[in-house]
Design a protein around this ligand. Sequence first.
Ligand code: 6GU
Length: 261
Amino acid sequence: MKIYILTIFPEIFSSVLSCGVIGRSRTQFEVINIRDFATNKHRAVDDAPYGGFGGMVILPEVVMDAFDSLPEEARAKVIIPTPRGRLFRQEDAAALSKEKAITFICPHYKGIDERVFELTGAVRYSIGDYVLTGGELPALVMIDAIVRLLPNVLGNFQSAELDSFYGKWHLGAPVYTRPRVFRGLKVPDVLISGDHKRVLRWKKMKGLADTLKYRPELVEEKKLTEEEKELLKMIKDKKGGIDVRPDNQNGRSSLPKKGAG
Ligand code: 6GU
C-alpha cells in the first residue's frame, strides 16, 4: 500500500511511521510539506477566515497545488480528518486496508478552506467527539488502524481476530503474562488450564462482561447472537465465574494500602 500525507507539520509523522509494527510494515509513506507549494512572498499557508471570529484557515491554493503534484493513484481515495466528519470505525479501517493508495490531507488551525473537500472528493472522518489542534494525529490514528490489518503486518495475524471490534461489536478480553501471581493478584485459572475451548469461551464471556461494564451503550439486543444472549444472561446471573463488580476507575488501587490496618 502507498500512503500520501499532505501536511504543514511533516515532522510529526517521522517517528510514528518509522517505529514498531507500522515502521516494519512494507507500506510506502510519502509525506508532503504543503508549505513547499506556497508561492506568495512570505510562503504563507493560511489566512483569516471570511466572516471573522478569528483563527486562521489553510489556503485552498497551496493545498490544491500540493495535491495536483501527486500521481494519479493518489486521487482515488482521499481522506480529510475533521471533527465535522463521520466517526472512523474498525469497518472503515478494514475497508481502507484493501485500497492500493490513500491520501490524507491534514487540516490545521481552524481548518482547510471548504472548497478543498469538494475539489478533491475527500471523505471526512472524525476520530471522536473532542477537538484536536489538527488532523495530523487523527491521520496517524487512522493509518495505524489500517496498516496493522494489511497482510503479513501483525506477526501472528490470528492475534487481530480476538481484538476488540474485529468483526464484532464488543470489546475483547484482557491479557496476562508471567508471573502467575503478581503482587498478590492471580492470573485467571482458566488461562493456565491449557484447554483451548474453555479459554476461548472465557475470552468471549469476559469480553462481553467488560463491554457491559465499560461500554454499556454498545450492548443492543438486536445485535446479539444466540450465543451472546446466553453468555450475557450467565454474566448477569453471576454464573460462569466472571467478576462483574464495577471496578475502581478513579486511578486508585483497590488493594489495601501498604501498612494499613
Ligand atoms: Cl479528525 N480533527 C480534529 N482537529 N479534531 C478531531 C478530529 C479530527 N477527530 C476528533 N477530533
